[in-house]
Write a protein that binds this ligand. Structure first.
Ligand SMILES: *[C@@H]1O[C@H](CO)[C@@H](O)[C@H](O)[C@H]1NC(C)=O
Length: 204
């Protein structure tokens, strides 16, 4: 049936409170009514950044097993002032740029002690010092992808042309068959019918 207004209100409330909820593996401390939360998720062997409350102000994620942050994952955290992300095995391919740019916007000093663990050429390099041409591993994959798209498109276009030719041929063939059937009907049944009706006419 239609959604119950109370059920909708409860789910909305649940959704609202969920964004305020402390991640299960972390310690959260209120910094006062409007000041937001201190969220301590450090030293917990985390492999992924947990879902974080939007009112996070201090975010401690150091000494975990984080390698990357999915693009957009931190966009909802608008009141963050301090972030600790050091002592994580960050994988500094092009996907790390989201984290780098987010930190540059939100908390530039937090960038200082974040170091890359992989890939090998940038091992131990601070994220702050990472330059564009050191993110080579992702750049290389782009032309391969383009080439993939090129071949896929070529195959699709070829398939479309073959289909068109087959349909055109089938239409031509079926027209010929229909024409032959019509012709046969005209030459055999047509005159008979005509003779039959003309006979009837004669009877009247
Ligand atoms: C890092 O985390 C591990 C547990 O994952 C803990 O045993 C260790 O003491 C932590 N190190 C620091 C410096 O906090």
């Amino acid at each position: 049936g239609p959604p119950h207004p109370l059920g909708f209100a409860i789910s909305l409330l649940f959704h609202m409170t969920q964004t305020e909820v402390c991640p299960p593996s972390c310690n959260c401390k209120s910094l006062g009514e409007t000041k937001g939360l201190q969220i301590d998720c450090s030293s917990r062997k985390l492999k992924e950044v947990p879902a974080l409350p939007v009112n996070a102000k201090r975010l401690y994620l150091q000494n975990n097993s984080l390698t990357t942050v999915p693009p957009g994952a931190l966009d909802s955290l608008l009141s963050v002032e301090e972030v600790k992300l050091f002592d994580n095995p960050w994988n500094c391919d092009c996907h790390i740029l989201y984290l780098k740019f987010w930190l540059e916007d939100v908390s530039e000093p937090s960038l200082a002690n974040i170091r890359c663990a992989t890939p090998a050429p940038v091992r131990m390099k601070p994220l702050k010092q990472l330059t564009g041409n050191e993110l080579g591993t992702c750049k290389k994959s782009l032309p391969i992808k383009c080439l993939e798209f090129f071949w896929r498109d070529l195959i699709l276009i070829a398939a479309a042309i073959v289909t068109f030719i087959l349909v055109a041929w089938a239409l031509k063939f079926s027209k010929k068959v229909v024409f032959q059937i019509n012709l046969r009907r005209y030459t055999t049944r047509g005159p008979l019918l005509w003779r039959h009706t003309s006979k009837n006419h004669k009877l009247h």
